[in-house]
Design a protein around this ligand. Structure first.
Ligand code: IVH
Length: 672
């Protein structure tokens, strides 16, 4: 090795140590010693140096947290011993019964318990060889999970390399989770981008760990607590000491734990933790009692599903009882009519709840909930309050069933039901609530990002200045807004400048901002890249849309119907006249032997996953999509094909089996 290379190696080593040190202070200890800026400088220097010397990148370098290319599905990982679940109970009596069984199983030996907070997250396993993280996995069915090493590497609480000399072979298990605040922020981002929201931190964690692209995982703030050690190379006699070892090796160990000498202490811990529950930034759903002595674990053994040496003593869901003052029907931006119960304010899991969701008219009928009823409310996923049940015995005399509206509460248009979906809809394009909602969406950050155009201003523009749709925004006359109460010249000037500044955002944001039903940011991006201009998109038939990868039948129909509306055509014309950019760079036309051919794969192929098949097609310049249309060139039918096969046959699309497809891959000539 040359002198230079040695210098580089040494600097890389120093930088990695520094970054690791500050990561640990920041993520594990919560006591950073340098500013974010200084940290970023260190990190950037490390990354730049590694980019210049890729041969010197080590798997435990802090830069490897961000992950490389998307993974190919997940490899299976076997768990030995299996990752069992826990028996659980909500009652003190059952904990006493369990304690009796434990003592019996241990022939009356002295028993102490380690009690830990039960984190409401997703179980994960981490394997280390000589102190370096080599593999991480999910629980799966307990015996086999998914290898998600790259995803787990993105979690800063997961050490890539351990501090104190650890055993050569070590496995550590624990819980990945997300804080409530991080979930709220993630959901705000998703809402802005038109994506479905996560119901609770656990779902968000599970959904994130399953992502195929670790770079995306790195964008989402997951965390982890570790609580379980497997190794044959260290003498660890108790769970208490196992936790201490974990902390020393550099893992995050939950501070909400206590060694309890008897059940009274256990019950006190349960009460203490429950009282603190709402103040913790993450969700816990109970405590876990574990026999402290690990030799006793061996002796007690496990059932098929759970260890006999541990039990979860769960908290009852937080629930509050209050009265329904009224039931209101609100109108969403897309015309969905949603019932909401206005409540006498009540304290629930740390916040005052005044409204609770009733989901849809079907649910109102099913619960038969009425104004004046006493109801129990819970928080769904500990966030959104909803009515769980009605205390019918407390119903006041003479109360009347809640009428389901026939007309839109905002505009009076008769409401419609739609086949196959619960709920009621107002399909009046000019419904003021929907129109205001569309203006607000247009101004939102994921759309045209017009600073100042939020809910309130959208309402003022609609009510006072006759702005009916995004097109009208671009012909606002100066002086009009400034003259209104609460506004002035400056705020008008700023808003007009922001509107002007939004003209160049491009087609993706325009499509997202128009609020096309079923079209979120992702679909908007796909459509914009595929068609390149609004004119091409509005001229497209359903089939052409379906040929876009990621666009299904429902979305395709929705887009076509949307652009058929005369009102939408008029908006597009107004936008054009105003000089709003309605184009986007089209994805480069693919080249290769299969350019111009479209493939759909259905069923399973023996040699490759569907993802791989798609990539193989694309690598040859072909297009791989999910739905069959008359433009599909080939349907590749593997084992157990879906209804796509019948559709292909009906449309006269050429069908090939897996063997024929593989032969096509070997040919150098394009297929006929
Ligand atoms: S011990 C073999 N300790 O709860 C026993 N589990 O409902 C392994 N959990 O699958 C589990 N916090 O994912 C243990 N402090 C804790 C825990 C914990 C959360 C999870 C774990 C388990 C599930 C059972």
């Amino acid at each position: 090795m040359t002198e230079d290379a040695n210098d580089v190696k040494a600097e890389l080593g120093r930088l990695r140590d520094q970054v690791r040190h500050h990561d640990n202070l920041y993520y594990v200890k919560g006591e950073p010693e340098i500013s974010d800026y200084e940290y970023d400088q260190l990190y950037r220097r490390l990354r730049e140096l590694e980019e210049k010397h890729p041969e010197l990148v080590t798997p435990d370098s802090p830069t490897q947290r961000v992950g490389g290319a998307p993974a190919e599905g997940f490899a299976k990982v076997g768990h030995e011993p299996p990752m069992l679940s826990l028996d659980n109970t909500y009652s003190e009596d059952e904990v006493r019964e369990w304690d009796v069984r434990v003592r019996k199983g241990l022939d009356g030996d002295d028993v102490a318990y380690v009690c830990e907070a039960k984190i409401d997250g997703v179980a994960v396993a981490l394997e280390y060889r000589d102190g370096v993280l080599v593999r991480g996995s999910t629980r799966g069915d307990g015996f086999t999970g998914d290898g998600i090493t790259a995803n787990l590497r993105t979690i800063h609480d997961v050490p890539l390399r351990l501090d104190e000399p650890p055993p050569g072979r070590l496995e550590v298990r624990g819980e990945a989770y997300m804080t409530r605040e991080d979930l709220a922020e993630l959901n705000r981002r998703r809402e802005r981008d038109g994506k479905a929201l996560f119901a609770n931190p656990r779902n968000a964690t599970a959904g994130t760990l399953k992502l195929l692209d670790p770079r995306e995982v790195a964008q989402r703030p997951l965390r982890a607590w570790l609580y379980y050690v497997i190794t044959e190379e260290a003498d660890i006699p108790t769970q208490d000491e196992a936790l201490e070892h974990l902390a020393r090796w550099g893992f995050r160990v939950n501070p909400n734990r206590r060694r309890c000498a008897n059940l009274d202490e256990v019950f006190k811990f349960h009460r203490d933790v429950e009282a603190e529950r709402g103040d913790l930034p993450y969700n816990i759903d109970g405590i876990v009692l574990k026999v402290d002595r690990l030799a006793a674990h061996e002796k007690l053994g496990t059932t098929a599903k759970a260890p006999r040496w541990a039990i979860a003593y769960k908290f009852k869901a937080e629930r509050a009882t209050t009265k329904v003052e009224s039931i209101e029907w609100s109108v969403g931006r897309a015309g969905t009519i949603t019932p909401v119960a206005n409540l006498e304010p009540v304290l629930l899991a740390g916040t005052t709840v005044k409204r609770a969701g009733l989901f849809n008219p079907e649910r109102v009928a099913e619960l038969d909930v009425r104004a004046g009823d006493t109801v129990n409310v819970e928080k769904a996923g500990d966030i959104i309050p909803y009515v769980v049940e009605v205390e019918y015995q407390l119903r006041p005399k003479g109360s009347k069933p809640t009428p389901v509206p026939r007309k839109c509460p905002a505009c009076g248009t008769p409401l419609t039901k739609e086949e196959g979906v619960a709920g009621l809809f107002c399909r009046n394009w000019d419904c003021p609530v929907q129109a205001r909602g569309r203006l607000e969406l247009w101004g939102s950050r994921g759309a045209m990002d017009i600073e100042g155009l939020g809910e309130k201003v959208a309402a003022v523009l609609y009510d006072k200045l006759g702005v009916r749709d995004p097109g009208d925004l671009y012909s606002l006359e100066p002086g009009k807004l400034a003259a209104l109460e609460g506004f002035g010249e400056l705020s008008e000037k700023n808003l007009l400048a922001a509107v002007e500044g939004s003209k160049g955002r491009g087609l993706t944001r325009v499509l997202f901002g128009l609020g096309i039903p079923n079209v979120g940011f992702e679909t908007a991006t796909l459509a914009a890249r595929h068609f390149g201009s609004v004119d091409r998109l509005t001229a497209a038939e359903e089939e052409e849309l379906e040929a876009v990868k990621g666009v299904g039948e429902v979305v395709a129909r929705s887009v076509v119907e949307f652009f058929r509306r005369p009102q939408v055509r008029e908006i597009i014309n107004e936008l054009k006249r105003a000089g709003v950019k309605l184009e986007e760079e089209r994805a480069a036309e693919p080249t290769g032997p299969w350019a111009g051919l479209t493939f759909v794969v259905t069923g399973t192929l023996p040699a490759m996953s569907r993802e791989e098949a798609h990539r193989t097609v694309e690598a040859r310049g072909g297009k791989a999509t999910d739905s069959v249309s008359s433009k599909t060139s080939f349907l590749v039918a593997g084992k157990k094909p879906s209804s796509k096969l019948a559709r292909a046959e009906k449309l006269g699309v050429k069908v090939v089996d897996a063997a024929a497809f593989e032969k096509m891959l070997k040919d150098t000539e394009p297929p006929a």
